[in-house]
Write a protein that binds this ligand. Structure first.
Ligand SMILES: Cc1cc2nc3c(=O)[nH]c(=O)nc-3n(C[C@H](O)[C@H](O)[C@H](O)COP(=O)(O)OP(=O)(O)OC[C@H]3O[C@@H](n4cnc5c(N)ncnc54)[C@H](O)[C@@H]3O)c2cc1C
Ligand code: SF4
Length: 562
């Protein structure tokens, strides 16, 4: 069935990037259809951050048998608990394949809002250390943009989303337009001061930069520190599509949001050389339908957007729509984590934490910034933080009867953990393709993912654990435990790079404005567009690139060039 309406724009996906595309395009006057594969979300019914464990069927311990069947991959993620598992996909319905020796842990959300509901909200600008990295190292291709191109768009998205944090004036981690920072706790202050004393001019510990409001902002209330943000937020205090961008798009009266609309593929008009339609399967009835628009924004996430293009091959583009370069699906990256250290921070036994601050600490990248580091390229930052141990440490305590009871009723020592997030190098051999043998619950061919971390990522992990232990030792910590926990790629949930930008259509899929070189009315503004991975969390950069691409697309539409 064909819908006869021709929209100005179609946005595929309503997660972090789709929400931004919907807001920007509608506010600039475009009638916009948002196609979302998952169900709709009603905050009043779906958000459960204030539901106590005793009101949960399994008292917060999860239905482990069901999760083993329906969410064996998703349930390995820290945020997928008994409350929030409904915001993660059903792995049985949404399969993918890998080679047995190359596991990839793909963590996804399929509902209005996508993963913006469960994300950790850590928000950092990238810098020219990142945008010039490939050129400097002679790796992959150069970014077609520099920090100056995106800086105004960081301002634009930050002013709307609300990012709290501390300004530091560091060139490698430019400051955002900040709301007031959250406070460090006493253990974190001890470590911060020791790091400043022992590593002057090199390492700095600051509070995380986070898309959580520390004061009322644009009709959304300041955070009240209840804690489990991955279950939703009825006061709209953290940024997600449902809380912020989609209501703004709705307000224009120009958005049509269509949940349960699983995009199968795009059609291509070889005469006009434009994407001419979006083929959709209704998730509930399985009926098929085609929608049309002047311009199409793919915002289904780095792997899903490319899956749609790989499933849209034509005689001219036999290996996927907009793939004349042969790079579509290649250069898959994810941050490497799992290196760090933990310890006890003695002292402050008379102090307790008040409230549940939804944020940790951050140590900006210090390797390969001012001086060249032997052994690896690029660098990493640390997340983590300090906390006072509570009664739950009792499981690791010995003892029996009243004495044991008394001991666990007292708080334990202050503990501190540093956890690294490192840059992953782009590599043509890390790629996705269509697995011709397997389809998902809607009959759509699934992805086969080929991705492994290389030598450089392993060297970064090792250095993370050494540097973390050094900082804890400088803070007089006790029982320092350096660790290297080897997780497969995917687990940092920062997958990106599969439809990279570039200046040359022969080596890249998108131009400097996220527009497909081959198909002028097609834009990809999710993580697919990234040319390198930086070491900082990427979603703020996806938002800024999306807003920038929307501005460009509307200008091009007005000029009749799309
Ligand atoms: C637990 C967790 C913690 C995270 N922490 C951070 C963090 O601290 N900082 C950070 O920067 N990032 C973080 N991330 C990553 C962040 O969530 C993603 O980078 C971001 O959501 C990507 O935005 P997106 O719009 O590309 O994709 P998503 O937000 O995943 O949205 C994609 C949307 O597209 C829809 N879709 C997919 N396929 C189709 C189809 N065929 N048809 C129609 N619709 C489709 C999906 O249902 C979904 O709604 C975290 C993620 C998770 C899960
Ligand atoms: S901690 Fe703050 S942002 Fe998180 S759910 Fe509670 S009020 Fe919302």
């Amino acid at each position: 069935m064909k819908d006869d309406t021709t929209y100005d724009a179609i946005v595929i996906g309503s997660g972090i990037t789709g929400g931004w595309a919907a807001k920007e395009l509608t506010e600039k006057g475009l009638t916009t259809l948002v196609l979302e594969a998952g169900r709709s979300i009603s905050p009043e019914e779906d958000y459960v951050e204030h539901v106590p464990p005793w009101e949960m069927k399994f008292r917060g311990m999860r239905d482990r048998q069901k999760q083993l069947v329906d969410q064996p991959i998703q349930s390995t993620n820290y945020a997928c608990d008994e409350w929030s598992s409904k915001f993660f996909i059903n792995d049985k319905e949404n399969p993918y394949t890998t080679d047995p020796d190359k596991p990839f842990r793909w963590i996804r959300g399929r509902q209005v809002g996508g993963r913006s509901i469960t994300w950790g909200r850590q928000s950092y600008r990238w810098s020219d250390l990142d945008f010039e990295a490939n050129l400097r190292d002679g790796i992959a291709i150069d970014w077609p943009i520099r920090y100056a191109d995106i800086a105004p768009w960081y301002d634009h998205v930050e002013e709307f989303a609300g990012i709290s944090g501390e300004a530091l004036g560091l060139p490698q981690l430019p400051d955002s337009k900040f709301l007031p920072p959250m406070e460090l706790n006493c253990a974190e202050t001890v470590v911060r001061d020791a790091v400043a004393r022992h590593f002057p001019g090199e390492r700095i510990l600051t509070i995380g930069r986070v898309a959580v409001l520390t004061q009322d902002h644009r009709g959304r209330a300041a955070c009240h520190y209840c804690g489990p943000c991955e279950r939703g937020c009825i006061t709209r205090s953290y940024f997600n599509s449902v809380n912020a961008t989609l209501p703004a798009a709705e307000k224009t009266g120009r958005m049509t949001l269509r949940p349960y609309s699983v995009v199968h593929s795009l059609s291509f008009d070889a005469r006009t050389r434009r994407a001419s339609g979006v083929r959709v399967i209704d998730a509930k009835t399985r009926a098929t339908q085609e929608f049309r628009a002047k311009v199409i924004f793919l915002c289904a996430s780095a792997l899903e957007s490319v899956r749609i293009l790989l499933n849209s091959s034509t005689t001219e583009f036999p290996s996927g729509l907009a793939n004349s370069s042969g790079e579509l699906g290649h250069n898959l990256m994810d941050h490497v984590k799992g290196g760090g250290a933990r310890a006890i921070i003695p002292g402050n036994e008379d102090r307790m934490v008040v409230g549940r601050r939804p944020n940790g600490i951050y140590v900006p990248r210090f390797r390969n910034v001012k001086t060249k580091q032997a052994g690896f390229l690029r660098g990493y930052g640390f997340q983590g933080g300090g906390s006072r141990q509570g009664w739950e440490r009792g499981v690791a305590q010995t003892g029996f009867g009243p004495e044991f009871k008394k001991a666990v009723s007292q708080p334990g020592p202050w503990r501190f953990t540093f956890s690294g997030f490192g840059e992953c190098l782009p590599n043509h051999r890390n790629y996705i393709e269509i697995d011709k043998e397997k389809v998902d619950a809607w009959g759509i061919p699934v992805l086969k993912i080929h991705c492994v971390f290389g030598e450089n990522e392993r060297a970064l992990q090792k250095d993370m654990s050494i540097a973390a232990a050094e900082m804890l030792a400088a803070a007089g910590a006790q029982g320092i435990q350096p660790f290297i926990e080897v997780d497969p790629p995917g687990f940092s949930i920062h997958e990106m790079g599969t439809a990279r930008m570039g200046r040359d259509p022969k080596t890249s899929v998108l131009n400097a404005y996220n527009q497909a070189h081959d198909v002028k009315n097609l834009f990809i503004t999710d993580g697919g567009a990234m040319v390198s991975s930086s070491c900082v969390n990427p979603s703020l950069t996806y938002m800024a690139l999306t807003a920038r691409a929307c501005d460009y697309a509307v200008q091009q539409l007005k000029k009749g060039e799309v």
